[in-house]
Design a protein around this ligand. Structure first.
Ligand code: BGC
Length: 374
């Protein structure tokens, strides 16, 4: 009798321990770390969140600008490196940088002359790129402090920002929600959601600069890129689309089969800074691009439901900014694959529309998925 009792107690104890281990063990690994990253000039605290998964992938995000500061993934030998440009302190971000890892908006990319017409009314936006409007203006979403919420069970950080009517010249109060999730499939998933109380234009993206070697002083000309796009949008000298959707056949923009970034970059100085018209725009979330670095074996696949992607090869990086190890960041140190609506859509009636009306929801998703190949 006593023996049975003891065994029952032992059994119960080990079951409880096991359950504790299963739930507590997993939950512990998945708990999102939050630490103070600094303060805004008005004293508001800024946070840094670090998400981890079971495959030793780690992503850090700050609610200042919704910036992805770091993505750490293993190479083919299991060595972990950071594959994005970023800083380890807020001050460097506040000092100014070309949108490293930021959420860009309200309208990512360019709007010609910072002007557009909507329902018979002309809106003049802030101009911050010569005569044009770039990435939301002088103080875009990349410089805002976002409200945050942590969802440990989903391994997500949810960021919210209310962009007031008239901000940088845009009409309508825009309620924006961006959810960053790190999955067990080594995906950084970004869900964008926005609503407005007045017709406006919206185009949100993440502006991460990738270098899969993990070493920003080693340029990305040796990265192999595939983009599933039969066409691209040629631009004028100010990088505003001419309106043409040109076939990539026979041009340096043909990435329909894997090509090294460096092979044809010299023929389009100072480098790639172009929007690609992605195939199958009505298919929902699909693989639109794949980036591979043979030496490290790292591969990044990009998925989105959006119609365009900007390939920007860091042409204007010139060594004046230092990376997190204190080394100057050279031209071509990293590349961006910014999923988006086409640049200047508000002025190009035949481009997919960027208008958001009250009662509608802007909803898109982009996934950066990592793996290695031998
Ligand atoms: C633009 C580039 C710009 C860079 C940094 C990219 O999205 O296309 O022209 O220099 O962002 O601002």
């Amino acid at each position: 009798m006593r023996i049975i009792k003891q065994k029952t107690v032992q059994f119960l104890a080990s079951t409880v321990a096991l359950l504790f281990f299963i739930s507590g063990g997993c939950a512990d690994d998945r708990v999102i770390n939050m630490e103070e990253f600094g303060t805004m000039d008005d004293g508001r605290p800024v946070q840094l969140f670090t998400l981890k998964n079971e495959n030793r992938m780690e992503v850090s995000i700050t609610n200042y600008g919704g910036i992805v500061t770091s993505i750490k993934v293993p190479d083919k030998n299991g060595n972990i490196d950071d594959v994005v440009l970023g800083f380890d302190n807020l001050e460097q971000y506040k000092a100014g940088h070309p949108y490293f890892g930021t959420i860009t908006g309200r309208y990512a990319n360019r709007i010609a002359n910072g002007r557009f017409e909507l329902n018979g009314e002309v809106y003049q936006l802030a101009t911050n790129d010569g005569e044009n409007h770039l990435h939301g203006g002088i103080e875009g979403f990349d410089k805002k402090l976002w409200d945050y919420e942590i969802n440990n069970s989903e391994n997500s950080v949810i960021l919210r920002y209310l962009s007031p009517d008239g901000e940088e010249g845009y009409p309508g109060n825009l309620n924006v929600k961006v959810t960053y999730t790190l999955t067990e499939e080594n995906e950084l998933r970004i869900d964008y959601h926005a609503t407005t109380d007045k017709p406006t234009v919206v185009n949100l993206t993440n502006h991460s600069y990738f270098n899969l070697s993990g070493e920003p002083t080693q340029v990305i000309l040796d990265h192999l890129l595939t983009i599933h796009a039969d066409r691209y949008t040629p631009v004028n000298e100010a990088l505003i689309p001419t309106g043409e959707l040109r076939h990539v056949e026979g041009t340096p923009f043909d990435f329909r089969t894997p090509e090294y970034i460096g092979t044809r970059i010299d023929s389009i100085p100072p480098g790639y800074d172009h929007n690609f018209v992605l195939n199958n725009p009505n298919q929902g979330v699909r693989n639109i691009a794949t980036l591979k670095h043979e030496e490290s074996g790292r591969v990044m696949e990009v998925y989105t439901d959006l119609p365009g992607v900007q390939l920007y090869t860091g042409n204007f990086l010139d060594g004046t900014i230092e990376d997190r190890n204190g080394h100057p960041i050279p031209q071509y140190a990293a590349l961006c694959l910014e999923t988006q609506l086409f640049p200047d859509s508000p002025n190009q009636p035949h481009f997919p529309p960027a208008v958001l009306n009250e009662g509608e929801a802007y909803e898109t998703v982009t996934i950066y998925r990592f793996h290695t190949e031998q």
